[in-house]
Write a protein that binds this ligand. Structure first.
Ligand SMILES: *Cc1c(COP(=O)(O)O)cnc(C)c1O
Ligand code: SF4
Length: 340
């Protein structure tokens, strides 16, 4: 329930539960989304949506242009027959995460920071997702005090940052998030808590008073990293959620994936940076696609990536330019892609 300015009129307690209803009301089958978008179902590929389930929030769907089968938001969620093709060089564990898991659900690849996979659930299923084959059922972290993951953090005193990831960590209830924060608060050297989430932009109703209370119970700094690929993904509605976080004193960053047919032009990416900035979000990373099986149709050659990025760099002030990076298994950080 919103008024014309998109300001929520729900009472705080109702607001706290509203997002769960919106998840349940998401589009769960392709035909109903295409129907809503006024697009002929011949583009539908049901077999692909069986292998990696289909899911889109109503808010994200509302941003798709009616009648446009090439809409850049639609293409991010549309299952196609291309997903079923085996392409050389595209693997199930594209980034070597399963080799860097000392404890189930805890990925420790880089110095000083670990990533926790909290849930396999997402509010939207992105067809290019590098975790589309990830064995979540074996890898949801146990975050109770004295669990193996918390012991690992306590023993490794050079770890100062914990990154909440998934799936999408904001699919967890506020009670569970608060429990996790309370476990982390017992470990003195954890100073930063980072939340990587696509819900921030695709389900802005998730930012509720009780969510704000759960994150603010962390003893150190909390940083949010959104996942927005195209300027059309930002509207007045999610801008208000970002503003709320920003007013709460949280720093907001964004990572995008460079995707063929979606945002593979310097003009689109420049507009994205300006809109992010307008929404109080700092562009952070522009990722080259991870070579995951089923996503080859989004891939751009290294030369194409460099050409787009060089042009982007010539368009933007330095503070709006994301870093172009790729993830290579076994490396100690993301790998910067240099263009001359
Ligand atoms: C990307 C990533 C991080 C975070 O890297 P930053 O460069 O600090 O953003 C941490 N752990 C894993 C496993 C990652 O893939
Ligand atoms: S929200 Fe993130 S983890 Fe979930 S499907 Fe999209 S890219 Fe993958």
């Amino acid at each position: 329930m919103t008024n014309q300015q998109g300001v929520s009129l729900l009472r705080p307690a109702a607001q706290d539960q509203n997002w769960k209803t919106l998840i349940v009301e998401s589009f769960r089958d392709l035909d109903s989304l295409l129907d809503y978008c006024e697009i002929d179902a011949c583009h539908a590929e049901v077999e692909s949506s069986r292998k990696f389930a289909f899911r889109v929030t109503r808010y994200f769907a509302s941003l798709i242009e009616k009648g446009n089968p090439l809409d850049p938001l639609l293409l991010q969620v549309l299952p196609t027959a291309n997903e079923l093709q085996q392409v050389d060089g595209f693997h199930k564990d594209a980034v070597g995460d399963q080799l860097a898991m000392p404890v189930p659900g805890l990925i420790h690849k880089y110095h000083g920071r670990v990533l926790l996979t909290l849930t396999g659930a997402c509010a939207i299923h992105c067809r290019y997702c590098f975790r589309r084959h990830f064995p979540y059922s074996e890898a949801s972290v146990d975050y109770r005090p004295a669990s193996p993951a918390m012991n690992y953090l306590a023993q490794n005193t050079d770890i100062n940052e914990v990154i909440l990831s998934g799936g999408d960590p904001l699919m967890m209830s506020d009670e569970k998030l608060a429990d996790l924060v309370s476990s982390l608060n017992r470990i003195p050297h954890i100073r930063l808590l980072r939340v990587h989430s696509r819900l921030l932009s695709v389900l802005p109703e998730r930012i509720t008073p009780s969510f704000m209370a759960a994150v603010s119970s962390f003893k150190g700094q909390v940083v949010f990293v959104a996942h927005i690929n195209h300027p059309n993904e930002i509207s007045e509605h999610n801008r208000q959620a970002f503003q709320q976080l920003s007013r709460g004193g949280y720093r907001l960053f964004n990572q995008s994936v460079l995707l063929k047919g979606v945002n593979d032009s310097a003009q689109v990416l420049a507009e994205l940076s300006y809109r992010l900035f307008d929404a109080h979000i700092q562009p952070y990373y522009l990722h080259r696609l991870d070579k995951v099986q089923g996503a080859a149709h989004f891939d751009l050659s290294m030369q194409e990536c460099k050409t787009i990025y060089s042009e982007l760099r010539n368009h933007l002030p330095g503070y709006l330019l994301p870093s172009l990076v790729e993830e290579n298994a076994g490396q100690k950080s993301k790998t910067a892609i240099h263009c001359d």
